[in-house]
Ligand binder design. Structure first.
Ligand code: SR1
Ligand code: MG
Length: 421
């Protein structure tokens, strides 16, 4: 039966899987286990063994807890999220090989996933807060987004293959409802889960609750999230779900995966980068200003969207085998031109969705339950409140004033403008 693993019980679990025991090398007594989970939901263990060829080898084991770790046992949460995560890892690996840790084993009784240990990678959000540049981040994240979203969409998959997948992931109801509540609903109302760290935001939070245009925008985005099975999305692609070195980038933690709107993933990463950009004023000092770093963050936002768009279009032009847009209807020069126009319009719509979701992701990190170190690590409460207020201004505009943003440059310009306010 299920029981949470511990430093003491993990070696026996791994020893029972020959491929894992061989990979770690030595005997269970030689394996060093550390619980390192600092996320909101699960247990995460790193295991180090002597290796089978004299080279020390590590594994990472992630196990569902029957409750939300951030809150405790009072908030039960479906254990089966681990099943959705490992299934999404396998399906996404087909579209974006090498952009996630290798999946090594899944135990359905313990709801435990064993994967490659990433080293010396760190969580992207931590690197961004320290002001570290990742020159290949935009290239790698756009590979992941274009590869995973295209490969699981109706543009690439025949309906008879996609529909059973949509049905399987519909059962990830618990995590979808969590997102619907904590991202699209609670931040816009008085709710016991909400908190904000700066009392200076009290009036702003009240104003948000009275802002019908903002609440409508959040609800429109929520509806699209609930009712648009466009592709198998990661579902939680913030900067804490990406591990990096200066040359490598891996996406982790797709436990919120389900068939939803592609813009939700694209917007999640853009929103988190914009939030980081606006938080940097709380991390720079006179001796070590962050202005040049902030330029790099915005440049990364621009590159990420531009590369994603180009890669997605390339995949569609070169490998469309799905049932949408049947080739037989678009033959001849007219058909080809018409389909190309439609592809660009499709990406324009995805862009608008992504910006709305970027705004929603920013808002929830300031007024909702789960917050980010980007803002929380700012020691000066007035500076933190100023950064948060700027973030909220940008977030509202992205969600409500959708017509103001025809290009990604217009978004980064708006972020620069908000920073000057
Ligand atoms: C209770 S909210 C917890 C949050 O942590 C995860 O990373 C998701 O973003 C979720 O919304
Ligand atoms: Mg996570």
């Amino acid at each position: 039966g299920y029981a949470p693993l511990s430093d003491a019980t993990l070696p026996d679990f791994l020893a029972a899987v020959p491929a894992l025991a061989t990979r770690l090398g030595g005997s269970p007594a030689d394996w060093r286990v550390t619980e390192v989970g600092d996320g909101n939901l699960n247990l995460v263990f790193l295991v180090e063994g002597p290796g089978h060829d004299g080279k020390p080898t590590g594994l990472c084991v992630k196990q569902s807890l029957p409750y939300l770790r951030l809150v405790g046992e009072g908030w039960p949460l479906d254990l089966n999220r681990a099943w959705f995560e490992q299934r999404a890892m396998a399906l996404h690996a087909a579209g974006a090989a090498g952009r996630a840790p290798a999946l090594l084993h899944y135990d359905p009784t313990l709801y435990a996933i064993v994967m490659e240990r990433l080293s010396p990678h760190i969580i992207l959000r931590r690197g961004l807060v320290q002001g570290i540049r990742y020159p290949r981040l935009a290239e790698h994240v756009s590979d992941y987004l274009a590869g995973t979203l295209y490969a699981t969409s109706d543009l690439a998959l025949p309906a008879s293959k996609k529909r059973p997948l949509v049905a399987a992931f519909t059962a990830n109801d618990a995590l979808c409802r969590l997102t619907e509540d904590v991202i699209f609903t609670q931040p816009y109302m008085t709710h016991p889960h909400n908190r904000w760290t700066s009392p200076q935001l009290d009036a702003t939070a009240k104003a948000v609750q009275a802002d019908t245009a903002w609440k409508l925008a959040a609800s429109r985005l929520k509806l699209k999230f609930m009712a648009s099975p466009e592709a198998l999305i990661h579902g939680d692609l913030h900067t804490g779900s990406i591990m990096v070195t200066e040359t490598d980038t891996r996406v982790i933690d797709p436990e919120f995966a389900f068939f939803g709107p592609m813009g939700f993933d694209v917007g999640a990463i853009i929103g988190n980068l914009l939030l980081n950009y606006l938080s940097q004023d709380g991390h720079g000092t006179e001796e070590h200003p962050r202005d040049a770093y902030q330029d790099w963050v915005l440049q990364t936002v621009e590159e990420l969207w531009t590369l994603f768009r180009a890669k997605f279009l390339h995949l569609w032009r070169t490998s469309g085998e799905g049932d949408a847009y049947p080739a037989a209807l678009f033959s001849g020069p007219d058909g080809t031109a018409c389909l190309e126009t439609e592809r660009r319009a499709y990406l324009d719509r995805l862009f608008t969705d992504a910006l709305g979701y970027a705004g929603a992701k920013i808002t929830r990190r300031i007024l909702g339950l789960a917050h980010n170190i980007d803002l929380e690590k700012i020691a000066d409460p007035d500076m933190r409140a100023l950064c948060e207020t700027r973030c909220l201004a940008l977030a509202r505009s992205l969600m409500v004033e959708t017509g103001r943003y025809p290009t990604i440059k217009s978004v980064t310009e708006a972020a620069r403008h908000v920073r000057r306010t």
